[in-house]
Design a protein around this ligand. Structure first.
Ligand SMILES: Cc1ncc(COP(=O)(O)O)c(C=O)c1O
Length: 399
């Protein structure tokens, strides 16, 4: 490592709050599926900023659209209309089939809005402020208080208790455990269609269908968190679209802006007409012209560049190659996931393998201590998969 990179890392450790154990590289630029550090070393990226850079780095059309918007207008208040936000909302409605969009600055903030909408729906229906929310064990919905309150991992919550009240936890894919928690105060059931941070666990079709039926029967709102698994990652624009069901509220972020911080929560007309009204919710930056120009261009490029078709073509190949590794090494005990959101489950911590991969020019990330997560840019090719597998195999041999 050069002195320059070492110095930057030392300065970072002095200046930044220690909320991350960072890998010892300073990333400088990206191109396609590759990242380069300050010393010019090239890395094949199978993380994409954790499921963010769907289109790959340095996409010219995307960059040009952002540059044009910078020269035009970066920000206005939400008290005025702006064309990029209108266009982005129309395109999001089209790809999701949802009816109303609220733009946020992050995933966690989208979750906050979704929870507020559900509580307000319950309040208008019953006249009471006692709505209960059912969330899932091992879920992850973000670090703000509302999002943390529905995150089913005590490790993230413990030091920050008390959380918001009236939240109960059931088990993903165990419908009985959800049913057992339902009361006449239940206003929402929230889950990730594919659990990400919790270890890459897809919700089953049966579970999602039964939750949908339960919600319809009892007028409970089904909230699907598509922040990590959405935006084409599973081979569908939103992972729930595979199953013939539709949530009442949906959250999205990460790849929505492909690098520009933006998220959204979307709802059906029924929820929109019976929940948040003027004065109930807001944000200064959410939905500003710059962020929405990014969203709008991302959605155009998804169509133009057949991003979802590429996921459908490459994902089965990634699964096949990961399955081969699983069969080859007895310390790999499972492979699971959906589309280009995959996890290899080890019977031991994976940090050493990930560090070794980094040394060898491959960026990987964990999901929990014993799972390597694969969430590459959605433009990857089968050749990129082969390159990744060959580096990973050499790391597995050496540890
Ligand atoms: C499923 C899910 N929900 C919510 C979040 C929080 O998003 P953000 O980090 O943008 O606040 C994440 C982030 O990893 C996530 O994976």
């Amino acid at each position: 490592m050069s002195e320059m990179m070492k110095n930057y890392i030392e300065e970072a450790e002095k200046a930044l709050l220690h909320t991350y154990n960072r890998y010892q590289i300073v990333l400088d630029r990206g191109d396609g599926v590759y990242l380069y550090d300050l010393d010019g070393k090239k890395y094949l990226d199978f993380v994409s900023g954790i499921a963010v850079f769907a289109l790959g780095y340095n996409n010219k059309e995307y960059n040009d659209a952002l540059k044009a918007q910078i020269d035009k207008l970066l920000h206005t208040s939400n008290y005025y209309y702006n064309v990029p936000a209108i266009e982005a909302a129309i395109k999001m409605k089209e790809v999701s089939g949802m009816d109303r969009v609220f733009f946020t600055n992050s995933g966690a903030e989208a979750i906050e809005g979704a929870l507020k909408a559900a509580r307000k729906y319950h309040y208008l229906k019953t006249g009471k402020s006692d709505g209960e929310i059912i969330a899932m064990n091992h879920s992850f919905h973000g670090r703000t208080f509302g999002a943390l309150s529905v995150t089913g991992n005590p490790h993230y919550r413990e030091a920050f208790e008390p959380m918001i009240g009236n939240v109960k936890f059931a088990d993903l894919n165990d419908f009985g455990s959800v049913e057992a928690l339902v009361t006449d105060k239940t206003c929402a059931i929230i889950l990730e269609t594919v659990q990400g941070e919790g270890g890459i666990f897809p919700a089953t079709e049966e579970f999602l269908t039964k939750i949908r039926e339960l919600c319809d029967e009892k007028d409970i709102l089904m909230i699907l968190d598509e922040i990590q698994c959405g935006m084409g990652r599973t081979g569908y624009m939103y992972a729930w679209q595979k199953y013939g069901i539709k949530p009442d509220i949906m959250t999205t972020a990460k790849a929505l802006g492909c690098g520009v911080p933006v998220g959204a929560f979307l709802m059906t007309e029924k929820v929109g007409a019976n929940s948040l009204v003027a004065g109930d919710h807001g944000t200064t930056y959410g939905g500003n012209p710059f962020a929405c120009a990014a969203v709008s261009k991302v959605l155009d490029l998804f169509k133009q560049d057949n991003i979802i078709e590429n996921v459908k073509e490459v994902a089965p190949y990634l699964e096949k190659r990961l399955d081969e590794l699983k069969d080859e090494y007895d310390f790999i005990i499972d492979r699971r996931g959906a589309g280009l959101m995959q996890g290899l489950v080890f019977n031991r911590p994976v940090s050493e393998i990930i560090n070794k991969a980094l040394e060898n020019g491959l960026i990987l990330i964990n999901a929990g201590t014993e799972i390597i997560r694969f969430v590459p840019p959605l433009i990857i090719t089968k050749e990129n998969v082969d390159d990744m597998i060959s580096i990973l195999r050499s790391c597995l041999e050496s540890v």
